[in-house]
Design a binder for this molecule. Structure first.
Ligand code: OGA
Ligand code: MN
Length: 199
């Protein structure tokens, strides 16, 4: 059984119910290490992340301080990672009829002290992002290193997710505002969105 098969029912139940789920150790330590190393090797190709789309796209350190590198869904170095995400997309479509057409995802690196202010994962006037999926690639991360994902739930409560290597977070993109708290060391993730086609 692949890690995905093992977790698939829980992901479906969560997305149709509370709308979010955290799975610690979704990725094994070897995969975390390999993907983390890949991010380090490609360090030069990362670009400062911006806010807004197309002409309105601007870098704002006071809103978000990460740098990103978009993943090519055919990248030979990411065959297993892409296959996992493709399988999840297929299953979500089969079971939940979400009509997910594609996955867009990127590596994200937050230097020490960087954060991402509270936001919703949808651009204004465009709601094609359906499900957010985040996988953390930080070996040996301690809660005291910070960098928590703070997810604001429907009832004005929040939950803080520590970005331990291998942890997966999934949530409905249009439903939960969230923020990334600053960390004391570099924080690396793979963050993506299953989208439906724009109409
Ligand atoms: C994002 C985001 C969360 C995280 O990139 O939009 O909110 O925990 N990332 O990295
Ligand atoms: Mn976000």
């Amino acid at each position: 059984m692949t890690p995905l098969d093992q977790h698939f029912d829980a992901i479906c139940d969560a997305l149709t119910g509370p709308g979010w789920l955290v799975i610690p150790d979704f990725l094994d330590a070897t995969s975390v290490g390999e993907l983390h190393q890949l991010a380090q090797q490609r360090r030069e190709q990362f670009n400062r992340a911006g806010v807004g789309r197309e002409a309105g796209h601007q870098v704002h350190n006071d809103i978000r301080g990460d740098s990103v590198l978009w993943v090519d869904n055919d990248d030979p170095a990411m065959l297993a990672a892409n296959a996992r995400m493709a399988a999840l997309q297929q299953q979500l479509n089969r079971e939940l009829f979400l009509g997910l057409a594609e996955l867009e995802w990127h590596f994200a690196s937050y230097p020490a002290g960087a954060f991402y202010q509270r936001h919703l994962d949808q651009h204004r006037n465009q709601d094609t992002r359906v499900v957010t999926v985040v996988q953390y690639l930080n070996p040996q991360w301690q809660a005291s290193d910070g960098g928590q994902l703070r997810l604001y739930l429907d009832d004005a409560q929040h939950v803080d997710v520590t970005p331990h290597g291998g942890t997966l977070v999934v949530f409905m993109a249009n439903r939960f505002e969230h923020e990334v708290l600053p960390a004391t060391r570099e924080r690396v993730s793979l963050t993506g969105w299953y989208r439906r086609r724009a109409i």
